[in-house]
Design a protein around this ligand. Structure first.
Ligand code: PFF
Length: 450
């Protein structure tokens, strides 16, 4: 098996932590609650969970095994493995790698803007700006914040600088150290928030909203959004996990690692749902407030508790930390691609990636103020970036990985790469990646309202 020139994870738990860091992020804390809120609660939940198991898990495994087998950036990895099976020099499969990196840069552009919001709100909470504000005051704070291009661009830029700094330090010093402390801190704060919400909030209504399934609420837009969200939250479909797989030692079981990461990812989403919805129901806050849900309604409740200023501050720091481990994972694959393909230094590569997504992100930041009325159909620039990347580009990339791992890689190669793994489990994965996942993605994409 090859070695990656960028180093290796020092242990199995370092890999699991970093991959969980990629998976767990704003998708779980910011996006999951507002999507569930806007798309009918449990109907969204059911499709999301089915997609995680039948489509998400097999693709996670596929991406990591491709990465570990090739130990190169996604373009060269796909090219090399495809060429090994035919006797050609280059293969069109390499375009799947480029597609993935373009997707990651687009995701990073809007993701970083929202990550900046959490940083800005953490600052507001800790510096006392939220003291003595009532619901109306928070609405005004949100309007002031989101309505100001200068503020949004300032926090967007600051967050991009943090990301730049960590990715510049490379795998061991940057990625591992960052996630080692952030992930456990995140879980602790989240559990504390759930305990708090269960004491003061309406837990029963939240539970019913999330888990009492009403089939009538299911429709094509719920289905495509839930599938897109499964891709987004597991960080699959764009080669991010392929790149993390490059740094994975050859004796570690991929399947075990993947199941652990996916379980943690779903757990954090459910925990953040159980932290937020009891409060929303208790205070009768508007459940379908869209992307502003967290920022518009949650501080109302958080700041009413004892030491509320600090609780709110902690909550937004938690969001920023979760976002940082994900923005790192969004930037790393295109950085490695530029380093290996164009022989750029790490500094030059991260500068190009950060600058490109920072510039595209300006469009998202301006969507909430200056460009609010510039729409393509009903989409602002921000809506177009999120929907295009999440609901279309990630699933198409995911479809590519299914076809590659299921039909292009020889069975013997994928079986060897998945060891240690019992034969029945390998066969189950193979059927999912060959038939169930690609057919599911195609049906949902074709039926989608876009
Ligand atoms: N999974 C991250 C989240 O839920 O916030 C977002 C993400 C990271 C998407 C990495 C895609 C990706 F490649």
């Amino acid at each position: 098996m090859n070695q990656s020139q960028h180093g290796q994870w020092s242990s199995r738990s370092a890999f699991i932590l970093a991959t969980t860091g990629a998976a767990v992020g704003l998708g779980n804390i910011w996006k999951f609650p507002y999507m569930v809120g806007s798309y009918g609660g449990s109907a969204f939940m059911v499709v999301y969970l089915i997609c995680i198991v039948l489509i998400g898990l097999p693709i996670m495994i596929a991406e990591i095994l491709i990465g570990r087998q090739a130990r190169q950036n996604s373009v060269s990895a796909l090219n090399m493995l495809a060429c090994q099976t035919s006797s050609k020099q280059t293969s069109a499969w390499r375009y799947l790698g480029w597609w993935g990196s373009a997707t990651l840069i687009l995701v990073l552009s809007f993701y970083n803007v929202i990550a900046g919001w959490s940083l800005g709100y953490a600052y507001y909470a800790i510096s006392g700006h939220m003291k003595a504000l009532d619901a109306e005051g928070f609405k005004q704070l949100w309007q002031h914040f989101s309505g100001s291009p200068v503020l949004l661009i300032f926090w967007h830029s600051l967050f991009m600088l943090f990301n730049f700094w960590i990715v510049k330090r490379g795998v061991k010093r940057g990625l591992e150290q960052a996630t080692h402390y952030m992930m456990p801190a995140l879980l602790v704060i989240l559990v504390a928030l759930v305990v708090y919400a269960s004491q003061i909030g309406d837990f029963q209504s939240a539970w019913n909203f999330l888990f009492n399934f009403h089939p009538k609420a299911l429709n094509a837009s719920v289905t495509i959004s839930a599938m897109g969200h499964a891709f987004f939250t597991l960080a699959i479909g764009a080669g991010c996990l392929l790149t993390y797989g490059c740094y994975l030692g050859s004796t570690i079981s991929i399947i075990e690692a993947v199941v652990t990461v996916a379980a943690l990812d779903v757990l954090v989403a459910l925990l953040s749902g159980m932290a937020i919805f009891p409060i929303i129901f208790h205070y009768h806050l508007p459940i379908s407030s869209g992307p502003g849900l967290m920022f518009l309604v949650l501080p109302v409740a958080l700041t009413q508790m004892p030491a509320g200023q600090w609780v709110a501050g902690l909550f937004f720091i938690l969001m920023a930390l979760a976002a940082l481990t994900s923005t790192i994972s969004l930037a790393e694959p295109p950085v490695v691609l530029l380093m290996e393909h164009y022989k750029l230094s790490r500094t030059k590569a991260i500068t190009s990636v950060a600058l490109t997504s920072w510039i595209i992100g300006l469009g998202s930041a301006l969507s909430f103020n200056r460009w609010h009325n510039y729409k393509l159909m009903h989409w602002t620039f921000f809506d177009a970036s999120t929907d295009l990347a999440t609901n279309i580009m990630l699933p198409i990339g995911g479809l590519g990985f299914c076809l590659f791992a299921g039909w292009i890689m020889p069975k013997k190669q994928s079986m060897d790469a998945l060891q240690p793994c019992p034969t029945w489990l390998y066969r189950t994965w193979l059927s999912l990646i060959r038939y169930v996942a690609p057919v599911g993605i195609l049906i949902i994409l074709i039926a989608s309202p876009f």
